[in-house]
Design a binder for this molecule. Structure first.
Ligand code: ZN
Length: 256
């Protein structure tokens, strides 16, 4: 068994300075990036990777994101909320069998509140750190995004969570960041990097972003994912790559 179909769900956009994404260069150049989630259709049920932006931000950005609301400038609409994206492909929130969270940052966990009925797969280290972050990193972990009575299924390292779907522990951006390797029945591989590789340009230029817990670990895992994609012929899909996003088919269109 493997994944039969993949949908890319558009969850909004963020505008920020390029120097946040590329440390030490491109200062003062604005950059618009997508926020996305991925829906995998699997014989055992649909699986969601990441959950987009906090719906409260539509009406109360400062309430949802605090002072970061002004810095990041989220741009999204009702259509970009996960329940509405699922509706677009004929699914309800309650149809989702499992949610995999790459990491617990605010732009990946905004829709977690909708998924109290199914397991939430996260690395144990990520879960531990999100509740007790290092002070210099605490602003990124917003408890109003993930501190709900959810069925967190904590993993230690690389594991196959369903046939054809594996999580790979790729720390650096956060202590327990994970990426997701997916095999389709068509034998194609996709490697969802999450924020371990924000954009293809980070990999090509060998430049980490400024918002990492550990740049050393990030670079190590960025190169590891790059090598793995070459070995498997897997397509790397990044969380925030506008150039790539523009070329991908978005839901309700899909890949098989
Ligand atoms: Zn992100």
């Amino acid at each position: 068994m493997a994944v039969t179909e993949i949908f890319f769900l558009q969850c909004g956009f963020l505008t920020l300075d390029r120097s946040i994404f590329f440390t030490g260069v491109d200062i003062g150049q604005p950059m618009k990036v997508p926020v996305c989630a991925v829906l995998l259709i699997h014989p055992e049920g649909p699986v969601l990777i990441d959950t987009g932006l906090n719906p409260d931000g539509l009406t109360d950005p400062e309430g949802a994101w605090g002072p970061r609301a002004k810095l990041i400038k989220p741009d999204f609409t009702d259509a970009d909320l996960i329940p509405n994206r699922l509706k677009e492909v004929g699914l309800k929130v309650s149809d989702i069998k499992m949610v995999i969270i790459t990491h617990l940052h605010w732009d990946h966990t905004g829709g977690l509140r909708f998924f109290k009925h199914c397991p939430i797969v996260v690395q144990r280290e990520e879960y531990r750190f999100a509740f007790n972050p290092d002070p210099y990193f605490a602003l990124q972990n917003m408890r109003n995004h993930f501190d709900f009575p959810l069925d967190y299924q904590k993993k230690d390292g690389d594991q196959m969570v369903l046939s054809g779907i594996s999580v790979l522990k790729t720390p650096g951006h956060t202590p327990g960041h994970q990426s997701v390797l997916v095999k389709l029945v068509s034998e194609r591989f996709y490697l969802f990097t999450g924020d371990a590789i924000l954009t293809r340009e980070n990999l090509d230029r060998k430049i980490p972003s400024t918002n990492n817990w550990s740049n050393g670990l990030l670079l190590e895992n960025m190169y590891r994912l790059g090598h793995l994609s070459q070995l498997l012929g897997a397509e790397l899909i990044h969380s925030h790559d506008m150039n790539q996003w523009e070329t991908l088919k978005k839901s309700p269109e899909s890949y098989r």
